[in-house]
Design a protein around this ligand. Structure first.
Ligand code: I6G
Length: 678
């Protein structure tokens, strides 16, 4: 190729790659498959290798520099990076708005201003950065630092694919500095921590720490692997060009130049609509693929912004409306050990009550002894607890530099706290178990709760509290005793009169009409969840066939490996379990017979699906049934073993995780076509 045609081709390739990046990151669209994009990149890389003098710093091939830094140099912000004021309640929001309206009212006119126009956007819990473009080229990236001086992180921000090295289109100012929030999605955060655990390395406490830690790496190759993302929220220093005169239009301009802005940004009228926005974003907070800690309101008119100005180091024209904190500091008072349905002993933290995530919590799960070791947790420690959404509260960090002198070590008891049987470690040495099975009162109680639960026998009205009372009175020794209960035994128990007692007895009676998979699931066999119970029912057809199966035939069931097969085998050969099953059947439990079909060898046989988000043409439950009826398996979480993610609308962290792991993603239509085509 002649030198000038190489130059032309290189420029063409860069334009095409820029075009696809713009479509992908800004418009959320794709025009060509990944393979074609990769081909363009490869061709560019090869040409640049042959003609190194044609390489420019803005070329999309030049994201990762070669040499790690020894330290970050200092950057002076030409325009200080300010902080934001906060409001925490609707009342405070109204006061913020009133202050602005008072300030903007014509002095002496006696008239107050009508509703002000605001731009609302989620407030990401990430790391604020500044990006400087000169002549459209990214020349500097800096942290916020103390607002006046930050650190030069240019090498690292260059590795972030959502940050353009060259602005898109034209019309941008000669010098354009923008500010935004760098973050790590919830899905990426989970996989970074999973990898860290596998390699026995320290995990990050939350996505913000992960983003900050990834950004402050002296070796940009590490940053490049962390999948950082950005949303730009404002322009800062501008020279040699004009920006629009409203904040909303400015964000649109930035977007047209290839700078990614948050798709949730919305223009509203007045404080009441700000409050509605706050509530709407709050409602979908858990489904957003990134962490937020509130929303931000900004006056839309730049002229009005200038009129109201600043107070100390914060703009008067903007405020953050914060959600209740999801992390708080408290003290670990004690650790208790709970015995679960399968005998696993879980340490539970008893905490000094603390208000976090909108509720007061006094307990948090500690998972297992490994977690306690990893956290270096001692009784008496000051700890950070986290409660995000509906997730069970968790101790995420010990504040070791505030460790009091008299803390004590946490030790797993040698004997079950309920039945005093010996506690044994599992093969991996992580899970400790009481091996007394149903002889242990705690396991009996948990097995009854499980048997009655919605996905098992679905006994409505038999909640945890009544099970506890009945067990304490000795009326329930096993699940079979449920069917011997009389209404007179219930009357007088906490919350039970004649009517409610009769109702519960009727619900127990109604539960006798069930299905084989629900019955098997309800038995609470170790490692046999809903899906495995269905597989067993489909494979063997009858309970007798399952009971009489052996290790070998069990292992031939899809998705059942030697360990699960051994648990099933062991369960059905235990004489106590056989007696309980006989008692249940003689109490009258029945189910429709099952045709032993070829379903387990269906078109999705061997494939693992995860279903997430809102589907239009079917419910998620329908989709799961369809997958299973075609022999596939439905899992609740995305992992490297997932074959497909069926993602409906507002798919949150599961989608992000699937993208990170390279799991194939299907929308509803593609799923239907796949199911029909196979
Ligand atoms: O720290 C911030 C996060 C988000 C901000 C901000 C923002 O807008 C969405 N906006 C301003 C003006 C400032 N800090 C100073």
């Amino acid at each position: 190729m002649a030198a000038d045609s190489v130059e032309t081709r290189i420029s063409e390739l860069r334009k095409q790659i820029d075009h696809h990046n713009y479509l992908y990151y800004i418009l959320d669209q794709i025009e060509v498959p990944d393979a074609e994009y990769d081909r363009l990149m490869r061709e560019l890389q090869e040409l640049e290798q042959q003609y190194p003098t044609l390489v420019t710093p803005e070329s999309p091939t030049q994201r990762v520099g070669s040499t790690p830094l020894s330290e970050f140099s200092e950057v002076q912000h030409e325009q200080p990076m300010l902080s934001l004021g906060n409001v925490f309640t609707e009342q405070e929001l109204m006061e913020f708005d009133q202050r602005l309206r008072d300030r903007l009212a014509q002095p002496g006119s006696g008239k107050s201003i009508e509703a002000l126009e605001y731009v609302c956007e989620p407030k990401l819990d990430g790391v604020a950065v500044s990006l400087l473009y000169i002549g459209g080229k990214l020349v500097r990236g800096a942290t916020r630092g103390d607002g006046s001086r930050g650190e030069d992180i240019t090498q690292n921000v260059r590795t972030i694919s959502t940050i353009p090295l060259q602005l898109h289109g034209d019309g941008y100012p000669e010098l354009l500095e923008v500010r935004g929030e760098l973050f790590i999605s919830k899905g990426t955060f989970e996989s970074i921590n999973e990898d860290a655990l596998k390699q026995n390395q320290k995990t990050f406490v939350n996505p913000r720490n992960a983003a900050s830690g990834s950004l402050r790496q002296l070796d940009p190759k590490i940053t490049a692997k962390r999948n950082l993302e950005i949303y730009i929220y404002a322009a800062g220093w501008v020279e040699g060009g004009e920006l629009a005169d409203t904040h909303h239009e400015r964000l649109k301009q930035l977007n047209q130049w290839g700078l990614r802005t948050n798709p949730e940004i919305k223009k509203v009228q007045g404080a009441a609509e700000c409050q509605v926005y706050y509530e709407q974003i709050g409602a979908k907070r858990d489904d957003l693929p990134y962490e937020i800690d509130g929303v931000v309101y900004k006056l839309n008119s730049i002229k009005l912004q200038e009129q109201v100005g600043f107070i100390s180091r914060a703009p008067r024209w903007a405020t953050a409306h914060k959600f209740p904190a999801q992390e708080e500091l408290t003290t670990l008072l004690d650790v208790e050990f709970q015995v679960g349905r399968t005998g696993a002993i879980t340490p539970v933290a008893r905490l000094e009550p603390v208000f976090v995530g909108g509720v007061t919590i006094s307990n948090a799960t500690l998972h297992n002894m490994d977690e306690i070791k990893r956290l270096d947790l001692h009784i008496g420690d000051r700890v950070i607890v986290r409660r995000a959404g509906d997730v069970i509260p968790k101790v995420v960090q010990v504040v070791t530099d505030r460790r009091p002198a008299n803390t004590t070590e946490i030790k797993m008891p040698n004997h079950c706290p309920v039945c005093q049987s010996e506690v044994l470690k599992d093969e991996q040495g992580i899970i400790f178990r009481c091996n007394a099975g149903l002889y242990c009162a705690a396991q009996r109680k948990e097995s009854i709760k499980h048997f009655a639960s919605r996905k098992a026998m679905d006994i409505q009205g038999l909640g945890d509290k009544i099970v506890e009372q009945l067990c304490a009175l000795g009326l329930l020794e096993s699940i079979a005793d449920l069917y011997q209960l009389k209404s007179e035994q219930l009357i007088g128990l906490d919350g039970f009169g004649e009517k409610s007692a009769n109702k519960l007895i009727a619900a127990i009676e109604a539960s006798k009409q069930t299905t084989l998979p629900k019955f098997i699931y309800g038995l609470g066999i170790r490692e046999v969840g809903e899906t495995t119970a269905k597989q067993l029912a489909n494979q063997f057809g009858t309970l007798e066939a399952i009971q009489n199966s052996d290790q070998e035939s069990l292992e031939q069931t899809p998705e059942i490996g030697p360990i699960v097969a051994a648990h099933i085998n062991h369960f059905f050969h235990d004489s106590h379990n056989r007696t309980v099953i006989e008692a249940l059947l003689s109490a009258g439990i029945v189910w429709p017979s099952i045709e032993v079909s070829a379903v387990t060898q269906g078109v999705f046989s061997g494939l693992v699906f995860v279903v997430t988000g809102k589907l239009e043409q079917m419910s998620r439950e329908d989709a799961k049934q369809k997958i299973e009826s075609l022999g596939g398996k439905v899992s609740g979480s995305v992992s490297a073993k997932t074959d497909y993610l069926l993602a409906g609308e507002k798919a949150g962290s599961k989608l992000a995780k699937a993208q990170t792991l390279g799991v194939k993603i299907l929308d509803e239509q593609q799923f239907i076509e796949l199911a029909d085509s196979r």
